[in-house]
Design a protein. Structure first.
Length: 335
């Protein structure tokens, strides 16, 4: 009997050790060790305002500080104002391809960068390089390089979290703010603390903060989890770009470091938001409940415009025209 128990213990240990090993091997085999996306990015031209006058987005490189950002730009012949678009996780500036030409044709100069961790030339290793203050500083640095003294700001998901921090600082450089999906961070944090529904919706945050396991599960078997679950509502062209980015060793870890560094951030201030704000959300968003949306109004002094859509989290994928129209109307009110 003792020998049987010992044999069973060995089998259990082998299985317990084999599952993580199988997962790691499957994830490793899914990566692009030739760094095709990085090589294609390095071949892009440096940003030139004269090189993107039309409404068609142009890919180029923007050197800001010690980082080099891959970005989509358009409309630099326009004279109605400047717009910066911030993407979320796990996307890139490609999510704004439906919006960029509309803004450019309306006369706005538009920049949509692949942010820190997503751009191959802006991918530091250290966890503390991904705190929201550094991510916000990147946006101001990019604005300096492209000549945006003042600008309208739009952000989705983590791009919205970065935008909220910039808005909390009440920078006079921001003419208007359009937050997609993520409400006021103070209201969001309060809802997580007090509302069981929001706590359940936000449980995924803890998973993304775990070491190595999210990367292994998400990249395993040719990024099947991301393709079939996270990208179920995304167009195939965008999915190809996203997978090309995250398939490079270190890229998915860099993007997940936004979550892991979130505990290093300072709490949002309690003072009212003074910058004109539009909030656009989907009432079927699995990540955001009613409590945060309803209570955020206490943080504003009559300068909040809300648009509720009958959709989920991926607003630009499911309702691109409605979102673009709402953003265009908002920035038009605050030129």
């Amino acid at each position: 009997m003792k020998r049987v128990l010992m044999a069973l213990l060995v089998v259990v240990l082998v299985i317990a050790m084999g599952a993580p090993l199988t997962l790691w091997i499957g994830a490793y085999a899914s990566l692009d060790h030739d760094f095709a996306h990085s090589r294609a990015t390095a071949a892009l031209d440096a940003f030139d305002p004269a090189g993107s006058p039309s409404a068609t987005p142009t890919l180029s490189l923007i050197e800001a500080g010690s980082m080099t950002f891959r970005a989509r730009t358009a409309g630099f012949a326009g004279d109605r104002g400047n717009v910066i678009l911030l993407h979320g996780f796990p996307e890139s500036s490609a999510m704004y391809v439906p919006m960029i030409p509309v803004l450019a044709r309306a006369g706005y100069r538009v920049v949509a960068p692949d942010q820190r961790g997503y751009s191959p030339g802006a991918r530091p290793d250290d966890l503390d390089a991904y705190t929201t203050d550094k991510l916000a500083a990147d946006v101001f640095a990019i604005a300096d390089v492209v000549g945006f003294d003042r600008f309208h700001l739009v952000g989705h998901d983590w791009g919205a979290a970065v935008g909220w921090l910039m808005v909390f600082d009440a920078s006079p450089r921001i003419r208007s703010w359009s937050a997609l999906s993520i409400p006021h961070m103070g209201a969001y944090a309060a809802a997580i603390a007090s509302d069981p529904d929001q706590r359940e919706r936000s449980a995924y945050l803890g998973f993304f903060q775990l070491p190595w396991l999210p990367e292994a599960l998400m990249s395993f078997n040719g990024f099947a989890m991301m393709r079939n679950l996270l990208y179920a509502e995304h167009g195939p062209g965008n999915v190809d770009e996203y997978v090309a980015i995250f398939s490079e060793p270190g890229a998915l870890t860099a993007a997940l470091h936004w979550y892991r560094a979130s505990g290093l951030a300072t709490p949002p201030p309690e003072r009212p938001v003074t910058i004109p704000t539009a909030y656009i959300w989907g009432n079927q968003d699995p990540a955001v409940g009613d409590r945060a949306v309803q209570t955020q109004r206490r943080y504003f002094d009559g300068n909040l415009w809300e648009t509720e859509l009958d959709t989920g989290h991926w607003l630009m994928e499911t309702e691109p025209r409605a979102v673009t129209d709402a953003v265009l109307a908002h920035i038009g009110r605050h030129r």
